[in-house]
Design a binder for this molecule. Sequence first.
Ligand code: HPA
Length: 235
Amino acid sequence: MSSAHIDAAPGQIADTVLLPGDPLRARFVAQALLADPQQVTARRNMLGFTGTWNGRPVSVMGGGMGIPSTAIYVTELARSYGVRRIIRIGTCGGLGDVAMGEVLLAQSGSTDSRFNRMQFGGHDLAASADFGLLRAAVDSAAEQDLAVRVANVFSTDCFYGGDPQVLDHLRRHHIIGVEMETAGLYGLAMREGFRALAILTVSDLFATGESMPAAEREQGLIRMAKLALACTEPG
Ligand code: HPA
């Protein structure tokens, strides 16, 4: 049996899933880094793959853009496939003194979305990373000689428009990355009981309007995926 939005048979998805937004990036990561990657789902072209890494099964699946899309896939991965660890690998806009290409490890996700409030009695949830995964990512990055920064990020529902003051608020609260999924992923992880982390490469700078070229985005994706895989190593 599959779930409403995922075709895979039970057992075809590993208990660790790397989650880029774009399904073609999921395919790229699976083919570049996993041994024997098999496509396990393609409903609505939201591709997912399972292979092995260092002999252990790992899946890579697209989650789409924004909290609602991500939440559908993540909820089904957790509830229908028993996934225990989800590591988002994505991009974000950078604020303040962040540099293009910097890798952020999101320790918290603030948001303008009502998604977590709707499940939390209207109160504000401190949507947070799993500490064990965050620590493993910090340690693995040091081993890989990869500079990373533990950061607070903001997940917005509005890629275009939204609150014109928001960047001022973010700067004031030392939030340095803006993307569209992390707060929802972390809220779901807290409710559903799986472990989550978002690893984000800065691909746009608000200060200058500069954007990262496509080839560098690809390198950034592989860098993040290698870090994500390393922090799933046992022990
Ligand atoms: N805003 C929202 N999401 C993003 C951005 C951004 O500037 N850059 C990459 N993902």
